[in-house]
Design a protein around this ligand. Structure first.
Ligand SMILES: NC(=O)C1=CN([C@@H]2O[C@H](COP(=O)(O)OP(=O)(O)OC[C@H]3O[C@@H](n4cnc5c(N)ncnc54)[C@H](O)[C@@H]3O)[C@@H](O)[C@H]2O)C=CC1
Ligand SMILES: O=C(O)C(=O)Cc1ccc(O)cc1
Length: 366
């Protein structure tokens, strides 16, 4: 039975992979929209989409879901165009952009014309681009972040979560958009700047003497792998998240100063301590493969079906220092009540969460 129509705008690496997931694992008709005729032709020929068009108005007509998978610098402009177009009532719009604060702020304007926008960011990708690199397994078990606002209705979150869960098999996580930008800024955006800076620095030395590149082996290659990423994509990401990245860069310079001062002072003990701390922290990084096999610690919370409930629960736990690893929206059991499934990495987090939620008068089922 045909479930309706999903339109993906921007059939590149991420849009193409998402289109493939939806086509392979659901009964939606998948329409692709791209400025490149060649990409659409390739996508059609390789079964990534059912139909394709370069005409935005035609692509979005009658769509139940729209996914914006174009470069970050174009997402807000695309949303402004969509505001002027007739969209199907109840249509849910989401995006896959690597930054969320600025995009979600523009998305709020879409809500004013009666359409729901929920920001999204699949945390999986590669340095490749284009529909040629599309892969239906790209998002499997990866984190897929959704950034609803206090106005987002539980029913809309449920609809989007259900589609993404089935199609991508990713682990959905809910986050505040600005918090997303700080976390992803620290673990992805700043590292891209550092990697590019290091490669450029050594590149300059190499112009004088080619041994710099010849000897660049293991460590240098590992650390700078991400410097091979797409320059235009990373330009857009840094421009969109510039305030957060600037503050992260200031902290990075302080971190470098710590090393610099210890080395300058000949303080061998301090140099060793800095490396020792880094080694211990590195060892504590979660092993994603192992994490996936572990059954998460879960509980279920009844919440009234009104906008902002997901954010309220997530904020309550965050304020109490409890780390949520996943939050899922379940089917409505009664008309007025929705159910959230909360997952935690440790038993301690689960126990604390249950206590905090019960104290705030939520009905919690373990
Ligand atoms: N590449 C990665 O590793 C990841 C990228 N993202 C995000 O996904 C989005 C897309 O990135 P990729 O798929 O890597 O890029 P891509 O370059 O592979 O694909 C972008 C596609 O958008 C099309 N496009 C450009 N302007 C358009 C317009 N005005 N209308 C319709 N189509 C248009 C291009 O022709 C291209 O096919 C970006 O916002 C990026 O931040 C998110 C997670 C990972
Ligand atoms: O881990 C990284 O930084 C990557 O290179 C892959 C990637 C790139 C961009 C994203 O928005 C999410 C993941």
């Amino acid at each position: 039975m045909n479930q309706g129509k999903v339109t993906v705008i921007g059939i590149g690496l991420i849009g193409g992979s998402l289109a493939l997931c939806i086509k392979e694992r659901t009964e939606y008709t998948v329409c692709g929209c791209d400025v490149s005729e060649r990409s659409l032709e390739l996508a059609r020929a390789s079964g990534v989409i059912d139909e394709g068009t370069t005409d935005l108005a035609e692509a979005v007509k009658d769509a139940d879901y729209l996914f914006l998978a174009v470069p970050v610098g174009l997402i807000s402009r695309l949303m402004a165009q969509l505001r002027e177009m007739p969209l199907k009532p109840g249509c849910i719009i989401s995006d896959v952009g690597s930054t969320k604060g600025e995009i979600v702020r523009h998305g709020r304007e879409l809500s004013r014309v009666g359409v729901t926008f929920i920001g999204g960011h699949p945390m999986a990708g590669s340095h490749r681009s284009g529909v040629e690199a599309a892969d239906p397994l790209l998002f499997e078990n990866a984190y897929y972040i959704l950034t609803p606002t206090p106005e987002t209705s539980l029913v809309d979150m449920q609809r989007l979560s259900r589609l993404l869960q089935v199609a991508t098999r990713a682990q959905l996580v809910i986050m505040d958009p600005d918090h997303h930008d700080r976390v992803v800024g620290a673990i992805s955006h700043l590292p891209h700047v550092i990697a590019a800076g290091l490669v450029n620095q050594v590149g300059r030395y190499n112009e004088e003497n080619e041994w710099f590149h010849r000897l660049a082996a293991g460590g240098f290659r590992d650390l700078t792998r991400i410097a091979a990423s797409h320059p235009v994509m990373w330009r857009d990401i840094l421009m969109s998240n510039r305030h957060t990245v600037l503050s992260l860069m200031d902290d990075w310079l302080k971190e470098m100063q710590r090393f610099r001062q210890a080395i300058e002072a000949g303080d061998a003990q301090e140099v060793e301590a800095l490396f020792d701390r880094a080694r211990r922290l590195r060892e504590q990084l979660p092993d994603r493969k192992k994490g996936i096999l572990l059954r998460p610690y879960e509980c279920y919370v009844n919440v009234p079906d009104r906008p902002g409930m997901i954010g309220e629960v997530a904020t309550l736990l965050g304020k109490n220092g409890i780390n949520l690893s996943n939050i899922g929206v379940m089917e409505n059991r009664e008309e007025e009540v929705g159910v959230l499934r909360l997952s935690f990495r440790t038993e301690e987090d689960l126990t604390q969460a249950v206590a905090v939620l019960k104290q705030a008068n939520y009905i919690v089922i373990e």
